[in-house]
Design a protein around this ligand. Structure first.
Ligand code: ADP
Ligand code: ZN
Length: 432
């Protein structure tokens, strides 16, 4: 298996402060039922493989007999796996919309902090209602909250276990020829209880990953369908400058651009609105009240140009924009890169080293031109360290360890943190 990095967004920024991560909290253990779904596959862009795999489910909901007659067992549970905001909920809805069946939805996380027994009885009721409305779709968002593995747990959580057991027994209990399909969504598939993944339960997996360039362009198109775009708008350019963005980010970018156009008293969205909103989404709003001294501005400028120059000379990633406007998410300036036409799916050792060089070139420029060392490089240092560490511990790119797996990625769809698989002594050597 090849693992490659996904940068949240390909950019290096100068300045302290942490970046913001999008998160939407839902908390009420309710089951929602919508009998008529207007969302269709046309509203889901850039997830062609996922849609392809779900076509069978739709066909099955439309006419189960074709399948039962031949003696085929029908899928009961499909797991949608991918990072937050890639459109898992939307795809699930679209399956219901395409099949023209009711859509039941609930969120796993809302089920775990309740009194013992309540979750289980909710699940029981849910299946009763669903059987009455079949054919239908049941969508369980954040299914990992219920279906977390029962091994390796310091303390047991009775409520969750009861809920999970109830879910398993309901899934085994219902007759799939009735036409009920359960779609579960998760961004932590590795922690799911094996019992949940057995044949006859969630035995199918559909990956809904971050979109590539074409996908991002398609998503931008879907979301700008009802937005008045000016003549100069070029969505491909926006797609190219947002590597790593998920559907939710892109939808947000279009909307921010429309709001900006209104603020400027215009009736159409221009490319400049879109460009600015890309930056708002990745780095926050411009901070007008942060006034840097001329000297500081100069340092920030040299720092950013250091990145850009090194990246250009080493031909790592094409530079898209350099800015020294402070933004609310804590950057004083940054360099944005675009994705290359022929994106590197198989980054080489040379590429990683060049990237480290261009990341560290910001600090280097400060030193060379001002003979000064500032705190502005902290984010760069973090990034460079993380690349170097992965080269040693996972990609077999060091002479000392060669091809030994010393760390592995956990939560690949979330923060992608590395976990150590080696002794303390070895860890010290890796650090070195
Ligand atoms: P997830 O369930 O994977 O966290 P959602 O389905 O809730 O993501 O997506 C959030 C929003 O982002 C959607 O309502 C939609 O506006 C937008 N979105 C995400 N992915 C896509 C996509 N592939 N096509 C169109 N819109 C998308
Ligand atoms: Zn920097």
């Amino acid at each position: 298996v090849l693992i490659f990095f996904m940068w949240k967004f390909l950019f290096s920024k100068m300045g302290g402060g942490g970046g913001g991560v999008m998160g939407i909290g839902k908390n009420n253990a309710k089951v929602y039922m919508e009998s008529e779904i207007k969302v269709t596959f046309d509203d889901v862009a850039g997830q062609e493989e996922a849609k392809e795999s779900l076509k069978e489910v739709i066909d099955f909901l439309n006419g189960p007999t074709k399948y039962t007659e031949i003696g085929a067992k029908l899928p009961k549970g499909v797991l949608l796996v991918g990072p937050p905001g890639t459109g898992k909920t939307r795809i699930a809805k679209a399956v219901a919309g395409e099949a023209k069946v009711p859509f039941f939805s609930l969120s796993g996380s809302s089920f775990v902090e309740m009194f013992v027994g309540v979750g289980a009885s909710r699940v029981r009721e849910l299946f009763k209602d669903a059987v009455a409305k079949a054919p239908c779709i049941i969508f369980i968002d954040e299914i990992d909250a219920i279906g977390k593995s029962r091994d390796n747990q310091m303390q047991s959580n009775d409520e969750r276990e009861q809920t999970l057991n109830q879910l398993l027994s309901e899934m085994d209990g219902f007759d799939s020829s009735k036409g009920i399909v359960i779609l579960g969504a998760t961004n932590r598939p590795e922690i799911l209880d094996k019992a949940l993944l057995r044949p006859g339960r969630f035995d199918r997996r559909v990956i809904v990953d971050r979109p590539e360039f074409k996908g991002r362009e398609a998503i931008l198109n879907v979301h700008s369908k009802n937005v008045h775009l000016g003549e100069d708008v070029n969505l491909a350019e926006i797609a190219r400058s947002t590597p790593g963005a998920v559907g939710a980010d892109l939808a947000n970018i279009i909307n921010e651009a429309a709001l900006r156009a209104v603020r400027r008293g215009r009736k159409t969205v221009l490319q400049e609105d879109l460009r600015e909103s890309v930056e708002v989404v990745i780095a926050g709003k411009e901070q007008k009240d942060v006034i840097l001294s001329p000297k500081e501005r100069e340092i920030v400028s040299y720092h950013e140009v250091g990145h850009a120059l090194a990246a250009a000379i080493l031909k790592t990633d094409p530079v898209h924009k350099i800015t020294i406007v402070p933004r609310t998410m804590g950057s004083l300036g940054y360099t944005m890169y675009t994705e290359e036409e022929d994106k590197k799916f198989l980054p080489s050792k040379e590429y990683f080293i060049n990237r480290i060089v261009s990341i560290l070139a910001g600090r280097a420029a400060e030193e060379v031109f001002f003979n000064i060392v500032t705190a502005g490089a902290s984010d760069d240092i973090k990034k460079a360290t993380s690349i170097a560490r992965s080269m040693v511990s996972m990609y077999g790119m060091s002479e000392r360890f060669d091809m030994v797996a010393l760390e592995s990625i956990e939560n690949r769809y979330l923060d992608g943190r590395a976990v150590k698989n080696c002794s303390e002594e070895t860890a010290t050597l890796i650090d070195e």
